[in-house]
Design a binder for this molecule. Sequence first.
Ligand code: AHR
Length: 483
Amino acid sequence: SLPCDIYEFGETPCVAAHSTTRALYANYSGPLYQVVRDSDGSTTNINTKSRGGIADSGWQDTWCAGTTCGISMIYDQSPRGNHLSRAPPGGFKGPELNGTDNIASAVGAPVLLNGNRVYGVFVSPGTGYRREDVNGTAVGDEPQGIYAVFDGAHTNNQCCFDYGNAETNALDTGNGHMETIYFGDINGMGNGKGNGPWIMADLENGLWAGSKEGNDPGVPSVPFRFVTAVVKGEPNHWSIRGANAASDRAMSTYFEGERPKNGYNPMKREGAIILGIGGDNSDWSQGTFYEGCMTEGYPDDSIEDAVQANIASAGYDIAPLMDGPKVSVGSTISFRAGRSGNNYLAHDPHAGNISIHTVTDGNSADEKKAASWRVRTGLGNAGCLSFESVDRAGTFIRHSGFKLQADKNDGTKLFREDATYCAVQGFSGEGTNSFRNWGYAARYFRVYNGFVYTASNGGPREFDTKANWNNDASWTVVDGFAS
Ligand code: AHR
């Protein structure tokens, strides 16, 4: 039995079942998610490979070859039809046209299920999904359960990487109007023990690790790479549970008790569904979602334990983030724009600005050094790379406002993630590799008007234009001019 079969057996059936990695019912064989191809705007469904099986990621790889794709819809596998799509603006606007949110890159979160590569939903800041027109989810003080599987190493301290029940108008309509799982290391709205990340409940205008405001040391920081999180609630009673998704046979209860005071009892849930954002479309958080569901009724702990045993048997494991020609850690390289010519990514001789410089054998030693980069293990994710300036030790290529510059590592998590790129197969024949930013997985090194950006293939910014994308975002990696 798969998770929603188990919930059904427990008489708390799924009213929303979302996963880009696998079926959540043993007899489900429909679409798991839809991807949109940025080159031509067309869409296709990614189905299960077999009834009750994992996603047919090979079809995504074929369909998206030579361009970029985004996850445009996450289908509800339950009979309720609660599919998720790009979130609309609410109390806060997203970065896309008309204030909508970004959708996730289709390749940001590769993951193995018993050795087979599939993809999760990689939520960068600005990304969010929502469904306002819902069917069957809890409203008011009705009982509800939620579980989700997340990447424990992809979090931040911003509001609010959530999955669950929220406002139908994307506005903050007051305490108790939402009940979601929150996962991340935000401080100041309630937290657990240590430095996080924590599984908490977002109940609107507050993240809760217990019934009292502030710190609740009963909720631990979760050290797992794959995390199963549970938040469930019924009249004046709720609970937070967690597990190592990859190995635990049961869940642990981190908190169980009464509702917080000040407007959270009774609850005033509205029933809309969000993923990756707060109730009012607060969209500064990041995280990765692999699978999850919402139930009708308050599930028994034993039912959730059985769900966790099934998640463990699915065999979640780390997948490589890079593909295409290998770019070796320790080597010194230069990035040639396109296939041929003498145009290279370089920093200005006496400053960190990065632009395209023409470099040939005749250039000075300093000019050659400014176009040469030492390949390092990714500062923000060891599965990818960072590029250190040859002439300025400790200075790395990073994006700021999505423009590339060479800056001194300031030791922050933001810097490390801004300076981490995954080398992948080049988009066009015009080069060997493309370089995807780890944290903003829809964004790649891209030449535009002589400067270099971390750009997406389409979007409201000028440097995100689709025109000439494949060539502008493809590079030839050559031995460094200087080492
Ligand atoms: O409760 C925390 C956040 O506060 C909610 O997600 C959001 O709606 C509000 O800004």
